[in-house]
Write a protein that binds this ligand. Structure first.
Ligand code: PLP
Length: 456
């Protein structure tokens, strides 16, 4: 009756998506608009185009077009590393002794080692098409900077990356990959920008944060002719590009008539999760099907599970538009021993709205549990997972173990967003028993929320 399901379900090039899917078109409650921090009025396309490429501004503001064509040049680049496989985790199922059927969509099969290349290539394409000279961005752990530097070198664009200083110093190999692709990498905060100088004067010796690096990158983009700023997560446009993950996953499942019960993704700014769930959420929004959708975040940076749904700054320098999202406050910085990534204080506005509407759930997990799950997975499935991705692995294992108790044969799909070769210092800490779980106190969060902008 049912076809035997292979370990890996691939699509042919012909079966790859030709359009991205914009989930906002099917949302009754649209995500809240970005606000101008000065006037508190919704950002206009004109204001946004001082910072972002024109076509990307259009995508950012488009809440109604359901499908947006993927330009052929982007599809051709995708073909170099896509379609990505949907893997049936037979070995993990066996190891766990679960009746659950586990699948993961693996996005680590490219040099940048993560899903971020899916949006990087799109953003670089539109920058090139607009005739720009280059783009600026920030990077934390370095996956986004690496993906963007690959995309820029492909289109011969200049790429200026502000890298959080602590990562710049601790992850020299990521830095060198970016330089190999021709990007210039500056540790942030730096003396090369006004905001960087200001932050350094106020906090001498600071090791930086994503929020500082964003402020510096935006300053350079808006003050250098022919440059724009690009961002690797959080924004609507990034979720749109990442819908390629979910569309491929859905097409692969449909080939075998499989309908998932549970869909799980890790959430930092929300781009991989938003992309993976997009077509499934669309069906849910249109009343065509139901799925249990779960966002997983670190207990040390719990935007969904403990955050406030409010307008907040996206960056430390407060130069970016205000965004309504689940937030820990723009001053929030996860504890220094936090090694698992996903450290942004806020969350995608689209996912925030969906979560607020009860269309998805969220859970937080502690980092030692995450690394235990990563190790279990690596030992049976072979892939060395990124710590970020391992949050989803942990939750998928938990769900599969629940099925073992109840005897339910649920189908679980999770996003395996990348590989962990550049995270071996974190793995080392875990193996040496030096990894600690830190969970912020309510008082810490209250202190950070005290600085939320007043928006009525
Ligand atoms: C950046 C990153 C994430 C988190 O970002 P999202 O925008 O929340 O998807 C997850 N996994 C990997 C491997 C990453 O590089």
């Amino acid at each position: 009756m049912s076809k035997e399901i292979p370990y890996k379900i691939y699509l042919t090039e012909e079966e790859m998506p030709k359009e991205w899917y914009n989930v906002r078109a099917d949302m009754k409650n649209k995500p809240a608009p970005l606000l101008n921090p000065g006037t508190l009025k919704p950002m206009t396309a004109e204001e946004l185009s001082a910072v972002f490429c024109d076509e990307l501004v259009k995508q950012e503001l488009d809440d109604t077009t359901r499908f947006i064509e993927i330009p052929e040049e982007i599809r051709n680049f995708y073909k170099m590393y896509r379609p990505s496989p949907l893997v049936r985790a037979y070995c993990l199922e066996k190891k766990l002794g679960t009746p659950a059927k586990i699948y993961y969509k693996f996005e680590g099969n490219n040099t940048s080692g993560s899903h971020k290349l899916n949006s990087a290539i799109a953003q670089a394409y539109y920058a090139k098409k607009q005739g720009l000279k280059g783009v600026t961005t920030e990077t934390g752990a370095g996956q986004w900077g690496t993906a963007l530097s690959m995309a820029c070198s492909y289109f011969e664009l200049d790429c200026k990356v502000f890298m959080v200083k602590v990562s710049y110093e601790q992850k020299p190999f990521r830095r060198e990959v970016m330089r190999t692709y021709g990007a210039s990498v500056t540790p942030s905060p730096s003396e090369t920008t006004n905001i960087g100088k200001k932050i350094l004067a106020a906090h001498p010796g600071t090791t930086g944060s994503l929020g500082c690096a964003i402020s510096e990158a935006v300053e350079v983009a808006t003050s250098t002719p022919g440059y724009r700023y690009v961002l690797g997560s959080v924004l609507n446009q990034v979720l749109l590009h990442q819908s390629v993950i979910g569309l491929e996953a859905k097409a692969a499942l449909d080939k075998y008539g499989i309908k998932p019960d549970v869909i799980i993704g890790c959430a930092g700014g929300g781009s991989n999760l938003g992309g993976l769930i997009a077509p499934f959420m669309g069906e849910k929004l249109r009343g065509e099907a139901d799925y249990q959708i779960i966002a997983i975040e670190p207990a040390s940076c719990p935007s969904f599970t403990r955050g406030k749904y409010a307008y907040d700054f996206c960056d430390t320098g407060m130069v970016c538009p205000l965004s309504k999202m689940y937030t820990l406050g723009s001053d929030f910085i996860p504890a220094p021993n936090h090694a698992g990534g996903l450290r942004y204080h806020g969350m995608s506005t689209t996912l925030s709205q969906l979560y607020d509407d009860g269309l998805m759930e969220a859970r937080s997990v502690k980092q030692t549990e995450v690394f235990e799950a990563a190790e279990t997975f690596a030992r049976v499935e072979g892939i060395l997972p990124a710590p970020e991705s391992s949050h989803a692995i942990k939750a998928a294992i938990d769900e599969a173990m629940k099925c073992k108790e109840t005897g339910e044969e649920k189908t679980i799909v999770f996003g395996l967003t990348g590989t962990g070769y550049f995270d071996l210092v974190a793995y080392e800490k875990f193996h040496d028993g030096l990894m600690e779980d830190y969970v912020p106190t309510d008082a810490e969060l209250e202190a950070s929320w005290a600085k939320l902008p007043k928006v009525e």
